[in-house]
Design a protein around this ligand. Structure first.
Ligand SMILES: [Zn+2]
Length: 46
């Protein structure tokens, strides 16, 4: 599952595009932004 941010209501929703298509379960909006998870940055210690 991927977290998307709805472009209409602004809420972050977990949707499965393959199963239910791109549609906000809250407002029914169809515009989504892909939410970037926390990217762990590896810092090399030397
Ligand atoms: Zn929405």
């Amino acid at each position: 599952m991927t977290s998307y941010k709805c472009g209409k209501c602004g809420r972050t929703v977990d949707i499965d595009p393959e199963k239910m298509g791109i549609k906000c379960p809250i407002c029914g909006g169809k515009i989504f932004y892909k939410e970037r998870g926390t990217v762990a940055k590896k810092i090399k210690a030397r």
